[in-house]
Design a protein around this ligand. Structure first.
Ligand code: C2E
Ligand code: CA
Ligand code: CA
Length: 636
């Protein structure tokens, strides 16, 4: 019994190449940035077992060739080990698939039971077959004879299982990766087939190499961007972890360039090239990371760079010079490694928190205060998320303050602006500059807007019920609110449910910068206009005012920002310009409201500049909404 196979027909070339490639992969891994994720560690294990399999295959044949006394026990033992290495590789491959296919617990258990079952049965039967002589054996003439080929059975079982898994859960991985995995497996079969055709046994291990290479290229390729000379965000987090472990202190400069990859206004190539040269031009061993589009982070180890701070200054100078030349926008944040932030791996959030409050084309050096403010904003964020999750319109943490507005025509206070405050456990009273940009950025503003609208409606309704003359109370709405398509419907629902008469609630919005924002704004206004809601254009004079857009929207009141009130004070000419602007709006039947009236001089000037309404500290600071009773009058 037993057919003769190609055991003798072996040269070590196939295994040597596989072993060499395993070393090559090792070198590549050691010299590139890779996130040491669970899957990456599995991949490294595959490489290890692949190498061990190649090695044991070589040793096996070496023994076989050199045994002269007819005792082939070492060959049998090493052959079992060699098979165990290859099946371990299969098993790791299955575990790898389980992870990347994101199988749920109830799916993992049967898959892993089957895989470990096959693994155990195959290895044990391989041993039994060898011991009992029913499997592979070497006969009296020293020739290898195969009996029952346990290895082939195991091989087919595992391949079937892997193909089944990939096919069944193919929707859970990126489609092209699935094609890549199958493509390389097909090549493995092609080799296996040809090896058989040529009566060869040298390339069995090599057939395991291709799927491993596919995994490396498709799923763990080096995050280096050739075009920009940068390394990506996951590598960044790894680098921070590494530096912390090895106690490597570093300086950094974080650069935000909104046009770095923008389609409409791409940075000039020479500028990109200049940025690419930063790491090597001024420092040793520094790395440039590209965190996201247009956000770069240059990390410079302190050691070996005694003149680091000078280098960073040169970069800032380069940015200034380039800004003069090309007029692209930037924000720069500079700092040193901070142990606490490294431990939490939170440099990106820290920088983002600082940039949120920075003007374009400016530089900021991180101070202890910034770190404190960041920690505080992290605490605020936890609360914001909780407010958002609870979705309680009557949430106690959200307070409505109001600033009464003087109506010039009647000389009375009959409108007001609602301004939000938060009162948070342990943190106390929080003002808008500390939570509005944060809430906008992190997607929680919508929840807050709903709450303040609801609370304003309730409070205004009480005032009306008590007989106060409330003409209108305006609520601030953010641009990020408008990007939500359900926003208009939700808001009108809240207003309608409160049974407040039509038109008592108004909405303040600032000018939109982009075309798409303008379109969202327009669509919201159109949806809400019929419900009697009025619209205020907030902060006029602070942005790039686009008259055409303003005229295209049905605003009722234009709020001139305090900066215009201040400007009009500087000289006659400025006063004339602001006055003319206001006059033009008045002529077009808009009402003009001046914000930030602080003294009598402001008041007088603004009344002369077509003011319909005045608002500012001269009349009142923002007060709890109940206290409007001290300003509004009761109808007779
Ligand atoms: P804003 O809408 O321009 O609000 C006017 C800000 O100017 C208020 O600051 C107010 O306290 C302040 N102010 C009033 N009178 C004077 C004055 O005479 N002189 C000076 N220098 N300032 C004066 P506040 O309450 O800190 O709000 C700041 C910003 O936060 C608001 O600017 C608004 O953009 C935002 N905000 C406030 N509440 C909300 C809200 O409920 N939702 C949204 N989306 N944003 C809000
Ligand atoms: Ca406002
Ligand atoms: Ca304003």
């Amino acid at each position: 019994m037993g057919q003769r196979l190609y055991f003798d027909n072996y040269t070590a070339v196939g295994d040597i190449v596989v072993l060499a490639i395993c070393f090559v992969i090792g070198i590549l891994v050691a010299t590139s940035y890779n996130t040491k994720t669970k899957t990456f560690k599995l991949f490294l294990n595959m490489v290890l077992y692949l190498g061990l399999a190649a090695l044991s295959d070589m040793v096996l044949h070496d023994f076989y060739a050199h045994i002269t006394d007819g005792n082939y026990t070492p060959v049998y033992v090493i052959r079992v080990i060699y098979h165990a290495m290859l099946f371990s590789l299969f098993l790791i491959y299955v575990v790898y698939l389980v992870v990347i296919l994101n199988l749920e617990r109830r799916e993992v258990i049967p898959v892993m039971s089957v895989a470990t079952g096959i693994y155990g049965i195959v290895i044990i039967s391989d041993i039994i077959m060898t011991v009992t002589g029913k499997g592979f054996k070497i006969n009296d003439e020293g020739a290898a004879v195969y009996g029952i080929n346990v290895f082939m059975i195991g091989y087919i079982a595992f391949v079937t299982m892997i193909v089944f898994l990939i096919l069944k859960y193919r929707d859970r991985v990126y489609q092209k990766s699935v094609i890549g995995l199958f493509g390389t497996m097909a090549i493995s079969f092609f080799i296996l087939y040809n090896q058989g055709r040529h009566g060869q046994a040298s390339f069995t291990v090599a057939t395991f190499l291709f799927p491993v290479l596919a995994i490396m290229y498709l799923l763990h390729s080096n995050p280096y961007n050739v075009e920009t000379g940068t390394v990506n965000a996951s590598a960044f987090k790894d680098a921070i972890r590494y530096n912390l472990e090895k106690k490597i202190e570093f300086f950094f400069i974080s650069m935000y360039l909104p046009d770095f990859h923008a389609e409409a206004k791409e940075l000039p190539a020479e500028l990109k090239a200049e940025i690419r040269r930063f790491p090597s031009a001024f420092f040793r061993k520094s790395v440039l990371f590209e965190i996201s589009n247009g956000h770069l982070f240059l990390m410079v180890p302190k050691k070996g760079n005694p003149k680091c701070e000078e280098g960073l200054k040169k970069i800032v100078e380069a940015f200034n010079a380039d800004y003069e030349k090309y007029r692209f926008d930037y924000k720069l944040v500079m700092g040193k490694s901070i142990e606490e932030i490294s431990r939490r791996n939170e440099y990106l959030s820290l920088v983002r928190n600082i940039m949120r409050h920075m003007h374009m084309n400016s530089l900021h050096e991180i101070t202890d205060e910034d770190v404190k403010a960041f920690d505080r904003s992290e605490d605020i964020l936890v609360q914001l998320e909780d407010i958002y999750k609870k979705g309680n319109l009557d949430d106690e943490r959200v307070l409505v303050y109001c600033q009464p507005v003087l109506n010039i025509k009647t000389g009375k206070y009959d409108t007001a602006e609602a301004l939000m405050r938060l009162r948070l456990p342990e943190l106390g009273m929080i003002f808008p500059d500390q939570f509005i940009p944060l809430a906008e950025d992190m997607g929680f503003i919508h929840a807050l807007t709903r709450i303040i609208t609801y609370k304003t409606c309730e409070a205004a309704q009480s005032l009306l019920a008590e007989g106060y003359e409330v003409k209108r109370i305006s609520v601030n709405v953010s641009m990020s609110d408008l990007r939500d398509e359900d926003f208009a419907r939700e808001l009108s629902e809240i207003i309608e449910n409160s049974s407040i008469p039509n038109g008592k609630i108004a909405i303040e919005i600032t000018e939109s910068q982009t075309e798409s924002d303008f379109n969202s704004l327009k669509s919201m206004i159109e949806q809400l206009k019929d419900t009697g809601i009025r619209f205020y254009l907030d902060d006029f004079g602070t942005g790039y005012s686009n008259m055409e857009r303003i005229m295209n929207l049905p605003f009722d009141i234009i709020k001139f920002d305090r900066s215009l009130v201040i400007a009009s004070q500087s000289d006659k000419r400025s006063e004339e310009i602001v006055g003319k602007l206001a006059g033009m709006f008045a002529e077009l039947h808009y009402s003009v409201l001046y914000e930030g009236i602080e003294d009598e001089a402001d008041e007088k000037r603004c009344i002369n500049m077509y003011a319909s309404y005045l608002q500012g500290y001269k009349y009142s600071k923002p007060i709890p909404i109940e206290e409007l009773r001290n300003f509004f009058s009761k109808s007779a």
